[in-house]
Design a protein around this ligand. Structure first.
Ligand SMILES: [Zn+2]
Length: 171
């Protein structure tokens, strides 16, 4: 697969042609909602939740791990008015398949003898999980116990099924 960036401008033309009046959307999300979800390429959270531009902050990372996103959540709540957080993890997530030490070994093996690389990667917790449902409950519990979130925040936890597109609430 060749680099994709050479195609961006061409593919964007269709989007621009149908951009409509989205240029007048305000910055604060209309639904006062934050979605935290996985970066998995099979997930299209806006599509599977019926969210459109201007509605919500969608924050994505490996696993959809909420504790990895405190910085963005604080900015979203305090500066842009969001009051609800929904955490989505999903079936067949890559985060269920490895341990942090596995990733550290891969990085260190590719930079043999580089103490700086070793020290830096050893300092990273890759935040993998072993049980999908528990990982959602843990994230919601972590958010509920985080004093930097607004106390009135509505927090829910969900699983998205990559086999059929269904979402189900865990907590
Ligand atoms: Zn995932």
């Amino acid at each position: 697969m060749s680099p994709q960036h050479t195609e961006f401008a061409k593919r964007n033309e269709q989007y621009v042609a149908n951009f409509g009046d989205k240029g007048s959307l305000p910055m604060p999300p209309d639904k006062k909602l934050i979605i935290v979800t996985c970066m998995d390429a099979r997930l299209d959270p806006a599509a599977h939740l019926g969210i459109k531009e201007g509605d919500a902050h969608i924050i994505r990372n490996a696993g959809g791990v909420a504790k990895d996103e405190l910085r963005s959540i604080i900015i979203s709540q305090r500066l842009l008015g969001t009051r609800e957080v929904a955490v989505f993890h999903h079936t067949d997530c890559g985060m269920l398949t490895f341990a942090s030490d596995d990733v550290r070994s891969i990085v260190k093996d590719a930079a043999k003898g580089d103490a700086n690389v070793a020290a830096r990667v050893d300092a990273i917790d890759f935040l993998e999980f072993k049980n999908l449902e528990e990982s959602v409950k843990d994230d919601v519990a972590w958010l509920k116990n985080e004093p930097l979130l607004l106390p009135e925040t509505t927090i829910t936890g969900w699983i998205y099924d990559v086999k059929n597109g269904k979402v189900s609430q865990v907590v």
